[in-house]
Write a protein that binds this ligand. Structure first.
Ligand code: NAD
Ligand code: DAU
Length: 343
């Protein structure tokens, strides 16, 4: 098997290729990554020297780069995307470009060859806010941010190639991932690294928005299970089964780091903030051997320990582009924030 993993220098992609290197030792792996602010070669540098592993720096919107990277590949897993909701609210064009047009370029190249499977990594955010119950793959989509609308465009395009050209496509919709190598703009790594430094934790709105949390290794195993066990032409939800409010997650971070609730600050909400996501994972657990294995407490222990022992990794990020982003995004809101009422 020769597999192209796009976005393999990002958070989930780097965990996925690391898992392949350990568990599918005969596979040849090509990583295509543009190395945007979120992609870091250091995430996979130890792997790039292995036989059968190739790193290509390039853009999934560039047909020549895609053709070169996909040459001889049997399967493609597309992780490459702009991924942060808050950034999509500031500027949507890079999201539409990579998350929709990039998918089209990949699909066009894919269908020129005789290949096995194109797996488009999508998100539970395409369902929109789900106040009660659990989203199923057959539910209608109602994306409500520029990020989720772009991801919905990308996955719909992928399935359209399946129906129109018979392209073997799978779409996966995962819930919120956490774990090692996550860029510290996202809730859990931002709050862990801030708490380790005694900095404030900026919770949006009332802190009661709810997410389903999935340990990144479980997500990677689910993708591998679907790749190897599904015939294609299907959509699969992938969830961890740990639904929590953001306040509960924040308290778990504070406990693990050993910091107190005085760090919590309630700040002005994200515009259009989806209240809740929740997934029914009956299809993937029924059709494959996969089920989530890591409970939230254990996943958080592993994650906090990783950030504790990889301070150089995140300090390097936080002192660069991210510092400017953080000031722009949080400074004024933190100045107007309020803390947790004293008990
Ligand atoms: P990430 O932001 O950490 O990494 C994205 C990677 O894609 C980076 O390495 C970046 O350099 C690369 N990239 C961006 N634009 C590119 C382009 N035009 N060409 C080539 N490479 C490009 O993202 P992540 O959190 O690892 O997410 C990976 C995928 O999983 C995304 O498709 C995302 O939508 C999806 N997803 C993420 C989560 C989550 O909780 N993080 C949950 C569900 C689905
Ligand atoms: O649900 C899957 C999605 O999860 C993925 O498709 C996205 O790529 C990924 O970024 C993530 O999106 P969210 O918007 O849910 O993740 P984020 O970490 O940005 O926020 C999680 C929750 O925490 C959300 O309710 C907003 C809140 N939040 C986030 C940040 C960064 C805060 O309260 N404060 C913050 O500073």
């Amino acid at each position: 098997m020769k597999i192209l993993v796009t976005g393999g220098a990002g958070f989930i992609g780097s965990n996925f290729v690391r898992m392949l290197a350990a568990e599918r030792t005969t596979w040849k792996v090509v990583v295509l990554d543009k190395l945007t602010y979120a992609g870091r070669l250091e995430n996979i540098e130890d792997l790039t020297v292995r036989p059968g592993f190739r790193f290509v720096m390039g853009d999934i919107c560039d047909p020549a780069a895609v053709a070169g990277a996909m040459e001889g590949c049997d399967a493609v897993v597309n992780f490459a995307a702009e991924t942060h909701v808050d950034r999509s609210i500031e500027e949507a064009s890079s999201f539409v470009r990579t998350d929709v047009e990039g998918v089209r370029v990949l699909l066009e190249e894919f269908r020129k060859g005789d290949r096995l499977l194109f797996l488009q990594v999508s998100t539970d955010e395409v369902y929109g806010s789900v106040e009660t119950g659990y989203s199923r793959e057959t539910d209608s989509l109602c994306p409500r941010s520029p990020y989720s609308a772009s991801k919905a465009g990308g996955e719909l395009l992928a399935m359209s190639y399946h129906y129109t050209y018979g392209t073997p496509v799978i779409v996966t919709r995962a819930s919120n991932n956490y774990g090692p190598f996550q860029y510290p703009e996202k809730l859990i790594p931002l709050f862990i690294t801030n708490a380790l430094d005694g900095l404030q934790l900026p919770l949006y709105g009332d802190g009661l928005n709810r997410r389903d949390w999935l340990f990144v290794e479980d997500h990677c195993k689910a993708i591998l299970a679907v790749l190897e066990q599904s015939p294609g032409g299907s959509v699969y939800n992938i969830g961890g089964g740990f639904e929590k409010s953001n306040l509960e997650v924040t308290r778990a971070v504070l406990d693990s780091v050993g910091a107190g609730p005085e760090l919590i600050r309630f700040i002005e909400d994200r515009p259009g903030h989806d209240r809740r996501y929740a997934l029914d994972i009956g299809r993937i657990t029924g059709e494959t051997s996969w089920k989530p294995e890591t409970d939230f407490r254990r996943g958080m222990e592993i994650t906090v320990e990783w950030y504790r022992t990889h301070r150089k990794w995140w300090e390097g990020i936080k002192s660069g582009e991210f510092g400017e982003y953080y000031r722009r995004m949080y400074r004024d809101r933190l100045a107007r924030s309020r803390g947790v009422p004293q008990e």
